[in-house]
Ligand binder design. Structure first.
Ligand SMILES: [Zn+2]
Length: 311
């Protein structure tokens, strides 16, 4: 689905930690009502049906991001998006709506466990399970870090396991309070090394909590983890070479999209996740996860460099 973050939403409370209750906005049942209404009344206007069942789920302070209110004809664009989305929604089967609940259940189930493993407080924020142009979107209201939208459409269209995606992204969400992903102030190479670390951490914790069997469905590598030691070492040398030569913002984008952006054809994009996974495993053999969670970007960079250097 093209349009970004339709049913997304987030967060009102800026009251921070520690609040043991996690507020979740789940669009599943509203979307089902919309679907049923549209199928029953072919003449119904999608915008009216949307406004009746879903619009008020979007918190006020998330609306400007979601509807891109900075553009002058945003209302027109909102209605166009809702029309496209509604047509698509009419074709959805029950597994689609079921996935919303699967994700919500996974979030409720694994948030306390992840909090314990990382030694991070449970966030009081809201996670959205909606329709979006991505599997997961963070920080969309521009003011808070750690907000999360999970795009059910995207997760299902890529044949990803909803529970695995939910836990992986939750780990990133916990970490977002520690690491500012948007900042490049500490240098581009740092950011790539931090990305290896962060993905490795997310995959390892997902594996730890969900069990080995789920990892083959882990985003973004849906291909099995079959790689020889030598093979892996070659990739490590290549990624290290690429990271070392990326010295500006353009280089960073190139290396990031080569190694971290999912692609069905090339190997690099999923090997970065595999390498991150191995790096984190090596580090967690020496340090506790709680300790690793407290590392700042500078420490992460130097430790990741050390592991790459001594592979
Ligand atoms: Zn990730």
């Amino acid at each position: 689905m093209q349009f970004l973050v339709l049913a997304a939403a987030l967060l009102f409370s800026h009251a921070a930690f520690p609040n043991p209750s996690v507020k979740i906005i789940n669009f599943g049942s509203s979307l089902r009502k919309i679907q049923q209404t549209l199928l029953k009344n072919p003449n119904a206007k999608s915008i009216e049906v949307w406004d009746q069942f879903a619009e008020n789920l979007i918190p006020q302070d998330a609306k400007s991001f979601i509807w891109q209110k900075s553009i002058s004809n945003w209302e027109e664009s909102r209605q166009r998006k809702i029309k496209i989305w509604s047509d698509d929604l009419k074709t959805k089967k029950s597994d689609y709506f079921f996935a919303f609940n699967k994700i919500e259940n996974a979030i409720r189930k694994y948030i306390p466990a992840l909090s314990k493993t990382l030694g991070e407080p449970i966030p009081s924020r809201i996670y959205i399970m909606g329709v979006s142009g991505a599997e997961a979107i963070f920080s969309f209201d521009g003011t808070e870090r750690g907000n999360l939208i999970l795009g059910v459409d995207e997760i299902l269209s890529k044949n990803l396991d909803p529970e695995t995606v939910a836990v992986h992204e939750l780990v990133h969400m916990f970490r977002a309070n520690r690491i500012d992903y948007s900042s490049t102030s500490s240098g581009t190479q740092n950011l790539l090394k931090v990305s290896l670390f962060e993905e490795g951490l997310a995959i390892n914790l997902t594996e730890k909590h969900l069990g080995k069997i789920k990892i083959v469905n882990h985003p973004p590598y849906r291909r099995p983890f079959k790689v020889t030691e030598q093979n892996l070492k070659d990739y490590v040398l290549r990624i290290k070479f690429d990271i070392d030569k990326s010295t500006d913002a353009k280089g960073l984008r190139e290396v990031y999209s080569k190694w971290f952006v999912p692609d069905e054809v090339r190997d690099e994009n999923y090997m970065a996740y595999r390498i991150g996974y191995e790096i984190f495993k090596k580090l967690s053999a020496k340090f506790s996860i709680k300790a690793l969670n407290t590392w700042d970007k500078k420490t992460i960079e130097s430790k990741v460099s050390e592991v790459l250097q001594n592979w």
